[in-house]
Design a protein around this ligand. Structure first.
Ligand code: UT7
Length: 330
């Protein structure tokens, strides 16, 4: 078995910032309601003709590559975790082209807000079994394209962004990706979805279907209950399998959906609130981007030290949730 460790991270957000005041001019809500119920103050939204998730993903990737002066040609595999591709056949190949990583195989991974965790776990498997040496994992989403801007229960929550991590093979003793625990409950697929709906038939004699994808729909209360009940169990199971106690972790980095969820999970695990990594006040819920975006910001602030234990958990549509435990290696 080889080891795997995160070598560098990068992130990117669009320039346009929409604060709660602006949202309250579009729907019946208020800064006070949004901040109290979610912790979100503003979010970034991608605009511009032909601008897509790939542009954000490429910028985040290039920043990560530049930090370690890595040539894109050294990348063996690109995993693009996104639920808002600009091509349903996949957008990872466009990312590969845009950053000039011609030697890399590239594929999309669709697992909504758990996408980055699943991406890290997938990358670590390819590395630890010796198949690949350098893997670029990107979490990127532009859910603004799928929001119903007249639905106050969802339009206040989401923002656009991208975060990238370069994972590299290393000796077993330097392994930084310690373990993981993953779950899916497909019975609850409709609690949070952007569903395809057939709305017309395009031939008189044969029922050839034609439809389109609709807006984000979420049963907020149910998803909230799911997150605060299932995420602590996943974290605990993962930590137990590694003989690490919740008190031994240095940082807890959850998918940035709602500050009340972050606090509730920390409380359940008796993890002190000053160990919570959070930046959702500035970006809202950026889906697959939220974890790498927050990780990259924390690293830029030099908050994370060599050998710190970071417990990372994603949760969201699917419903899918999971944990990966990292030992940070500078
Ligand atoms: O990324 C995937 C994971 N996603 C999540 O984890 C999201 C989980 N869910 C949540 O974070 C929360 O459920 C929300 C933030 C979405 C909603 O918060 P809540 O405390 O569960 O509010 P609620 O849906 O129970 O609504 C409470 C009240 C309702 O009014 P009544 O029925 O009590 O009169 C809503 O109509 O607040 C009302 N409301 C709003 N009021 C002002 C709902 N949205 C808004 C709004 N502004 N934007």
């Amino acid at each position: 078995m080889q080891g795997a460790r995160i070598l560098a991270t990068g992130s990117a957000v669009p320039d346009l910032c929409i604060n709660n005041q602006k949202i309250s001019e579009m729907v019946e809500t208020s800064d006070e309601w949004i901040v109290t119920r979610t912790g979100i103050k503003e979010r970034r939204v991608l605009t511009g003709i032909n601008k897509s998730v790939v542009d954000l993903a490429a910028l985040a990737s290039i920043k990560a590559l530049n930090k370690i002066s890595m040539d894109p040609l050294e990348i063996d595999l690109i995993i693009l975790a996104t639920s808002s591709p600009n091509d349903l056949f996949g957008s990872a190949s466009q990312l590969q082209y845009q950053i000039g990583a011609r030697n890399a195989v590239a594929f999309d991974l669709t697992a909504a807000c758990s996408g980055f965790v699943l991406g890290i776990v997938t990358a670590s498997q390819f590395i630890q079994n010796g198949s690949y040496s350098n893997v670029l994992v990107v979490g990127a989403d532009v859910l603004s394209k799928w929001i119903d801007w007249s639905d106050r229960s969802t339009c206040i929550l989401f923002g656009d962004g991208a975060g990238a991590a370069i994972i590299q093979a290393c000796s077993e003793k330097d392994n930084g990706i310690l373990g993981f625990q993953l779950n899916t409950d497909g019975e609850k697929f409709d609690q949070l979805s952007i569903a395809y709906k057939e709305n017309k038939k395009i031939h008189k004699e044969w029922p050839l279907p034609k439809g389109e994808f609709k807006h984000i729909q979420m049963n907020g209360k149910e998803v909230y209950k799911f997150a605060v009940s299932k995420v602590p169990i996943s974290i605990l199971n993962c930590l137990n399998s590694l003989n690490i106690s919740p008190q031994d972790i240095n940082w807890m980095l959850l998918h940035q959906a709602n500050k009340r969820i972050l606090s509730a999970v920390a409380d359940k695990l008796d993890i002190s609130s000053n160990k919570i990594i959070s930046n959702l006040n500035k970006y809202g819920n950026t889906s697959a981007a939220s974890i790498p975006l927050a990780l990259d910001e924390a690293l830029q602030k030099n908050t994370i030290d060599h050998n710190d234990i970071i417990v990372i958990a994603g949760f969201g549509a699917g419903l899918t949730w999971g944990t990966v435990v990292i030992k940070w290696k500078c």
